[in-house]
Ligand binder design. Structure first.
Ligand SMILES: [Fe+2]
Ligand SMILES: [Fe+2]
Length: 282
């Protein structure tokens, strides 16, 4: 059960709900609602981006989840060209859909974007040459800018970035190296560093690695359902991130200080349920 000392954030992604998925993840959603305060779904909510698939997921979330849900879309949710309708259906079911937006829940800030591809580090695609290449790179830059402006709106000591594409190479390792550039973009890492987020979660790389860190040490979790299943077959398939709960300001008391630095806050804890908790340095 949620404790008073921490806010428990359960994260999973790539549930790929199809027309025939009704009920398939009800046990997982019920387990999460019992043990966490907030559920994060990091994209590929549906298989083909069909409104009918979104309605199936919305029914399961409504049936089993009694905690706030934060989500971003994934590339699969765009396949049918009806991403807006997919979002609308899930918002109608109470899900906080983030696309360059931010939301604060239980004193924890969440900023979300889908993100985009383009590769990592020195291998990242640059905006040079043909217009098609420049447009491709611009899409990743636009997503990074959306993430940055969403993070800028948050004043909470702990900020969690929710992405579908990976911001670092480390959590896509395990996938064939030929497809690494299509699994994420280093351009998504810069806003995480600038705004000193406590952690980032993403999916998309179904065969990637469950944990990594940015160049400045920010923990990044690949919470794709398939990664959690493969990495921790005997444990529930979600990542639990525990954030120290902020004390409620006393009535008429000092407002919460804005713009606190990462060093001012308590460290978070993350684990896959069933495993011993490991404290993450910020
Ligand atoms: Fe996926
Ligand atoms: Fe994906």
């Amino acid at each position: 059960m949620p404790t008073s000392e921490t806010v428990r954030i359960a994260a999973v992604s790539d549930v790929h709900y199809a027309k025939a998925s009704q009920g398939s993840l009800l046990p997982l959603f019920a387990q999460i609602t019992e043990h966490a305060d907030i559920l994060v779904l990091a994209g590929d909510l549906t298989d083909y981006g069909l409104p009918e698939e979104a309605r199936v997921l919305a029914r399961d979330l409504t049936a089993a989840v009694r905690i706030p849900v934060v989500a971003v879309l994934g590339n699969h949710d765009y396949e049918a060209g009806q991403a807006d309708e997919v979002s609308r259906i899930l918002m109608h079911a109470g899900v906080h859909m983030l696309d360059g937006d931010a939301v604060e829940l239980h004193g924890v800030g969440f900023a979300g974007v889908k993100g985009f591809a383009g590769g990592f580090g020195r291998g990242a695609l640059g905006p040079w040459g043909e217009p098609a290449i420049k447009m491709f790179v611009q899409e990743a830059l636009n997503e990074a800018l959306k993430l940055e402006s969403a993070l800028a709106r948050l004043q909470t000591p702990h900020k969690i970035a929710v992405l579908h594409y990976a911001p670092i190479r480390e959590t896509v390792e395990g996938e064939p190296v030929e497809i690494h550039p299509w699994l994420g973009s280093s351009r998504l890492e810069e806003p995480l560093t600038r705004f000193e987020v406590s952690a980032a979660v993403h999916g998309h790389a179904h065969k990637g690695a469950p944990e990594g860190r940015t160049s400045t040490g920010i923990p990044v979790y690949n919470v794709a359902l398939q990664v959690l299943r493969d990495s921790y077959p005997d444990r529930p398939h979600f990542r639990m991130i525990e954030v120290p709960r902020e004390p409620e300001p006393a009535p008429g008391g000092e407002p919460r200080p804005h713009g606190r630095r990462a060093g001012d806050r308590e460290p978070l804890i993350s684990r896959v349920p069933g495993a011993p908790a490991a404290a993450d340095a910020d």
